[in-house]
Design a protein around this ligand. Structure first.
Ligand code: PCA
Length: 230
């Protein structure tokens, strides 16, 4: 791990990494653990701030906007657990749908609802997905570009993050992470989920942050849904 070197908050860039706490059977959520582990690190000269959100539709937007207002990050990377996926998922798109497969931590269970009644149907990641994937491959870390973030809290968070990204000009996107051996065991599912060590995920995140901070064109990867209907 790279230790924090007390950077001057006025002169360094900030990267905000968010994750979630427990939900449903997932009593250990690696995404929240990663946000905690990265919090306070210095990566590629930038200060990383990690925040863990409750798996709560009622509070996630407020928590995200408060963190963005407070920290004014240069890059926003949101994380969540996708139990059952075998590798890191660079999410390409969030859809304007809340159709929860299980209640959130407040018991909310919306069906076929929009996240934003006036918003576009989809919002695309503004992270350099191909470049991150390439960097992971160079470091033997398995990942892929995913074309669905689901219709639960992670999709909602990505949709909100991408909306804020469009409004603030901050590159933002979402990465789903698999279970760790510990989180898979703790969930006690009949069919154990595929796993990746937390240390590998933390390395992957550090590499992704390095890629995001390298000079590049942060335009949307595709010409569709680039906020044109905002
Ligand atoms: N994963 C869930 C919500 C919280 C989390 O870590 C999801 O994929 O929507």
């Amino acid at each position: 791990m790279v230790p924090t070197s007390s950077p001057d908050p006025q002169s360094v860039l900030t990267v905000l990494v968010t994750g979630f706490g427990p939900f449903g059977p997932h009593t250990l959520n690696p995404s929240g653990q990663l946000a905690a582990e990265l919090d306070g690190q210095t990566i590629a000269g930038a200060r990383v701030v990690g925040r863990r959100f409750e798996t709560s539709s009622a509070t996630v937007a407020g928590r995200l906007i408060d963190a963005l207002d407070e920290l004014q990050p240069s890059v926003l990377i949101c994380l969540g657990l996708a139990s059952g996926r075998p590798a890191l998922s660079l999410e390409r798109v969030a859809v304007n749908v809340r159709d929860f497969p299980m209640p959130d931590n407040d018991g909310a269970l919306p069906v076929d609802e929009p996240i934003d009644a006036g918003g576009p149907d989809g919002r695309l990641s503004r992270l350099p997905l191909r470049a991150i994937l390439q960097r992971w491959r160079e470091h033997d870390i398995p990942g892929h570009i995913s074309n669905t973030a689901g219709t639960y809290l992670c999709n909602e968070t990505m949709y909100l993050a991408c909306a804020e990204s469009a409004a603030r000009g901050t590159p933002a996107g979402f990465i789903h992470v698999p279970d760790t051996p510990q989180s898979a065991a703790a969930a006690g599912l009949a069919q154990p989920a595929p796993t990746m060590e937390l240390a590998t995920m933390a390395r992957a995140l550090a590499l992704a942050i390095e890629v995001c901070l390298a000079p590049q064109d942060f335009a949307a990867p595709l010409a569709v849904a680039t906020g044109a209907v905002d």
